[in-house]
Design a protein around this ligand. Sequence first.
Ligand SMILES: [Zn+2]
Length: 217
Amino acid sequence: MINVILIAPPFAGKGTISEYLVKTLGYSHISTGDLLRNEINKNSEIGKAVKNIMSQGKFVSDDIIFTVLEEELSDNKESLIFDGNPRNIKQAEMLLNLFKKKDITNYCVITLDIKKEDLLKRVMGRRICPKCGRTYNLNYKEMLPLDGNLCIDCKMPLIIRDDDNINTFNTRYQTYLDNTYPVIEYFQMNDVTVFEIDASNDLAVIFEEVKKIVSDN
Ligand SMILES: [Zn+2]
């Protein structure tokens, strides 16, 4: 099935959609973070270099990220979800070049459209189980906890993650607007089909739309 590049603001539900594509439609999730961690675990040459860079608190360069990605795309060429990359126009350009090099022609962008105030509502409604890590959302009817504040699995009272606050959200949202949002237009200019999904809908509606996009293309 068609490869999907998922682009969405923070908290719009990218993770949930990735999970749906993986579990229901057999997609493979391409996360550059996971690919780098694999290299570290394998103790490969790249893994050693990445470990060294990270231990100095530095960012792993795009060149290293794309070397690892290129290796991955040698055996894996379809039904892939690209989630979290590209984050900026330079990475989008590198990804299109890589597709060309690997002769990958069947891909599209799915972007989630949602208002900033709706995202903020979701952030403020997020709760997590301190025991099993399951996440809930008080402002999302499909993700409500038990009795208002208990984990359905462990019956533990839920907590709020440190990152789920207005300041962190505003910073991440602004970074998205400045760096990642322009990527959508970049892809359009390069003749990549972009499907926009209204992420304020119920999950069932969103999943139907996603399914239709990947089945029709
Ligand atoms: Zn739990």
